[in-house]
Design a binder for this molecule. Structure first.
Ligand SMILES: CC(C)(COP(=O)(O)OP(=O)(O)OC[C@H]1O[C@@H](n2cnc3c(N)ncnc32)[C@H](O)[C@@H]1OP(=O)(O)O)[C@@H](O)C(=O)NCCC(=O)NCCS
Length: 197
């Protein structure tokens, strides 16, 4: 858990709990409905968000909530970038804040915590798949934490009556590609479990 004090505000970053899911569903739902960061078109309900939450945390992927003044203001999690097993040391990050909580440093704090935890767990690359090249908040946040743009997919989404690009931004974690992965780390163990005895 990370506790932090910034002027007139104190917040905590901690693992998200089942009881946070109402707020998480509302935060994400608003972003799906009004924004272009997510390429979903229909707002998922709490049951679906709970299914997604458990699918990740039951495997050991980190899922954090940022709480301030007793209220969850945002969340971030890491999940598999793609399911083909050679990708197992790579994660994709997801981060959403309540619209009123943006631009105050919460995003940077949450994503920093997620990067640290993924590094600790033994993942080697983190990818941001940013819906909409004009998402200055997300591009700015990832750039501020050292991610570099590694690709742009042009005109791949159609939402709110316009074509949207996807920007890929990548951050090496820990030793990145410089050394072989640790045989005992979480992603190595996840794969061994899936393969069976
Ligand atoms: C993207 C998001 C998580 C960023 O969180 P945030 O709390 O608003 O960002 P922060 O205040 O922590 O800012 C972090 C960095 O990004 C930069 N940044 C934030 N918003 C920005 C904007 N609109 N334009 C340019 N840079 C911006 C800041 O300058 C800061 O960099 P610095 O530390 O070098 O000054 C938040 O805006 C959000 O939830 N957006 C909607 C959902 C979304 O796009 N999620 C990402 C999906 S890939």
């Amino acid at each position: 858990m990370v506790a932090c004090i910034i002027p007139a505000m104190s917040y905590t970053i901690r693992p998200a709990k089942e009881s946070d899911l109402d707020v998480i569903t509302a935060i994400y739902g608003e972003a799906v409905e009004l924004g272009t960061a997510s390429f979903e078109l229909a707002v998922p309900d709490r049951t679906e968000m709970a299914r997604r939450y458990h699918e990740l945390v039951d495997q050991g992927y980190p899922f954090f909530a940022l709480e301030d003044g007793g209220r969850v203001r945002g969340y971030a999690y890491a999940g598999p970038y793609r399911t083909r097993p050679a990708y197992r040391f790579m994660v994709e990050d997801t981060i959403y804040l309540d619209a009123k909580a943006r631009g105050k440093g919460y995003g940077k704090a949450l994503l920093t915590a997620l990067i640290e935890e993924c590094t600790r767990l033994g993942f080697r690359q983190m990818m941001a798949v940013i819906g909409d090249a004009n998402n200055r908040g997300s591009v700015g946040l990832h750039r501020a934490l050292g991610f570099e743009i590694t690709g742009t997919m042009k005109d791949v989404g159609w939402k709110h009556s316009k074509w949207l690009d996807v920007v890929l931004m990548q951050l090496p974690l820990g030793q990145g590609g410089a050394t072989a992965p640790d045989k005992d780390c979480l992603p190595a163990r996840m794969f061994a479990l899936r393969k069976g005895p």
